[in-house]
Structure formats: C-alpha cells, structure tokens
Write a protein that binds this ligand. Structure first.
Ligand SMILES: CC(C)(COP(=O)(O)OP(=O)(O)OC[C@H]1O[C@@H](n2cnc3c(N)ncnc32)[C@H](O)[C@@H]1OP(=O)(O)O)[C@@H](O)C(=O)NCCC(=O)NCCS
Length: 331
C-alpha cells in the first residue's frame, strides 16, 4: 500500500475587483509602462478597498473551497494562513477567518515567511495529515500588500498587489499529494527586504510614521540575485533527489516576483514556458498569495498524477521547493 500522503483536493483563489495599471502608476510616481513590463513582466495588479482586510479575501477563498468540495465548515480541523499582512499585529488572522466562516471545530495560526509562506504552511499542514492527526486542513496564502506599500516609492509600489489563494489538504492513499519539501532560511537576508517600524525593535510612533518606516523596504538587486540562486538551487536539489528530469515535470509553479526570474528558473529546470504557471502580468507579486493563486488559475488544466514543482523566495530570507503530485482532474 502506498504511503498516506496529504493531497490537495480543492483550490480557491480571490483577487479584489479594483485594478491599478502601469498607466495608473505613471500618474503616481516617475515610471512608465514600458519599464515596468520589460523589467518585471507586470501589467496590472489588484487593490483591496472599502475597509476590507486580508481575512476578507481569505473568507472568499475558503467559501470556494467548501463549495467545490461540498463540505461543511464544521468539518475543518485546522486552518493555516501564510501572510505578512494579517488584519492586526495580533491576534492571528487564521482564527479570524475560522470565526468568519463558522469553522467552529478548527484552530489555526499564521505563518510569517513572506513570499515563501505558502510553501512553509503547505508543508506544515501536510505533516498533520500524514501523521493521521487531522483529516481536513485548509492552507491559505494571502497578502494585502497595498497596506504596507509606499506609493511614492517607484522601486517597490510597482511590484506588488493584493490577492489570496488556498487549498484543502486531505489524506490520500493512492500515493498522490505532498511528496517532499526542501525549505530553507537565512536571517542575514533581513537587511535587504523588511519593514523597519511597527515591531518590537521600533514600535510605531509619530516619528516612525513621518519617516515612512511602515512600508516595504527592498534592495531590489540583492534580492533578485538571491531569489535566482535560492529557487534555482532548491529546485535543482529536489530534481536530483527524486531523479526527476525536465520531461517528468508537468508544471513548474514559481513565485511571481519578476518575469526575468521566472524565465531563469524555467531555463534551470529545462522546461519550456508553456509548462510554467504564470499570472504575474495580471496580479503582480501578491507575496504569500502567488502560488495558490497560480494553482487556482490553472486548476482546470491539472490532471491526476501531474508532477508539480512549487518554488518560492522571499523576505527573511526564506526559500524552498515543494514537490507535489496532483490528486484529481481539474474541470
Ligand atoms: C526591483 C527590480 C524590478 C528592479 O529592477 P532592476 O533591473 O534590478 O533595476 P535597478 O534596481 O538596478 O534599477 C535600474 C534603474 O531603474 C530605475 N528604476 C527603479 N524603479 C523604477 C521604476 N519603477 N520606473 C522607472 N525606473 C525605475 C532605478 O532608479 C535605476 O536607475 P539608475 O540606473 O539611474 O540608478 C528588480 O531588482 C527585482 O525584481 N528584484 C527582485 C524583487 C523581488 O523578487 N522581490 C520579492 C522577493 S519576494
């Protein structure tokens, strides 16, 4: 009998209605559509408005999952939310989501691993299924980046958007599901990508607000190089570990940070771009949301037994690759 694995049995994705195009950004900062397209691949991104927060996007994702799988919220054992933009610094957003959807038997917590958050959360959730402890675990990746972006800083505000995606994990005895994970971190990378104030190191004050320290700070060039090395290295290691060739891989699911990084990854794996999930042009970088949003957008193309490599890199630094086999035919 095959080992019991944690398989994805349903996917949901949500992006807000409001769009900011590159042309819109031209009116806000010194930039242009051509620069953004050629340097990043991004054409537009979504922005959450109307006093809504990260949990509101996640609620939409969970509603889709519940409906597709035909389950009751009371059946959910656990809900993990990967995010760096929770509704509040505390409490966690996972329990807020459980409350809003009526998942009264579930508990959960947030995972703060920036753009790698979904991989960390997926692997954490998978352990609870594989151990036999739980039967239904929801894993969400979601970020409302517009809440921490400085729309006067052209080097960051063009890159990010708001969005959420998630999956349901259930036990699978056919051998499909979460096959392996290579997860890494290097805290020395915090220098290059962080938010300066609002934590215990520098609590919020009038001075920190005036200094615009509650926004994303990024040294783009350093992050770019580390992202190529981190994702490329972990994906190569995973392929070698499982004797996977480019022909064996059905889909590469890369973090959507920059089209140039994604193309470099496709070259590293040796696959053509038609095997690479892409939505960066529509949503930009939604941080923890990118990977599950890709799965949601491509769900109808996925077939039972497909081999997927999910890879991400983000603030921390955090990075890694998850090897997943798909458990159902998308329709
Ligand atoms: C941010 C990023 C797109 C910048 O692209 P880049 O090719 O590295 O560009 P640079 O930062 O070297 O800047 C090149 C020039 O463009 C300018 N520039 C930066 N942002 C610009 C913008 N929005 N519009 C126009 N010009 C811009 C810079 O000021 C610089 O000008 P200079 O040469 O006169 O100094 C790129 O570094 C990147 O994608 N980094 C990784 C981001 C990432 O993955 N982050 C998330 C990790 S999860």
């Amino acid at each position: 009998m095959a080992k019991m694995r944690a398989a994805v049995t349903a996917v949901g994705g949500y992006v807000p209605e409001d769009v900011i195009t590159n042309k819109d950004l031209e009116k806000m900062v010194e930039t242009n559509d051509e620069w953004i397209r050629t340097r990043t691949g991004i054409e537009e991104r979504r922005i959450l408005k109307g006093g809504r927060a990260t949990s509101d996007m996640c609620v939409e994702v969970v509603k889709q999952i519940i409906e597709k799988r035909g389950i009751d919220p009371l059946e959910i054992d656990m809900l993990l939310c990967a995010t760096i933009t929770g509704d509040m610094v505390f409490p966690d957003t996972a329990n807020t989501i459980c409350d809003k959807i009526g998942a009264k038997n579930a508990f959960g917590f947030d995972i703060n691993a920036a753009c790698s958050g979904f991989l960390y959360a997926l692997t954490t959730g998978a352990q609870f299924i594989e151990s036999g402890m739980y039967k239904k675990v929801i894993v969400i990746g979601a970020d409302m980046m517009s809440s921490i972006l400085d729309y006067t800083d052209r080097s960051t505000c063009i890159l990010f958007g708001d969005g959420a995606g998630g999956v349901l994990l259930e036990p699978n005895e056919e051998g499909y599901g979460h096959m392996d994970a290579i997860l890494r971190g290097d805290g020395s990378g915090r220098e290059f990508l962080h938010m300066k104030a609002g934590g215990s190191l520098k609590p919020a004050s009038v001075d920190t607000v005036n200094a615009r320290e509650h926004y994303v700070f990024q040294e783009g060039r350093s992050v770019f190089k580390s992202a190529v090395n981190g994702m490329g290295g972990s994906i190569t290691e995973m392929m070698e570990k499982h004797n996977l060739t480019a022909d064996d891989i059905d889909w590469v699911v890369p973090h959507q940070a920059n089209m140039r990084i994604i193309k470099a990854l496709a070259d590293t794996v040796g696959v053509s771009m038609d095997k690479v999930m892409l939505n960066i042009q529509k949503y930009g970088n939604t941080t923890a949301g990118t990977l599950p949003l890709c799965l949601s957008d491509y769900e109808t193309k996925l077939r039972k037994g497909d081999k997927l490599l999910l890879t991400a890199f983000g603030g921390g630094f955090t990075w890694g690759t998850v090897y997943l086999t798909w458990a159902y035919d998308g329709n």
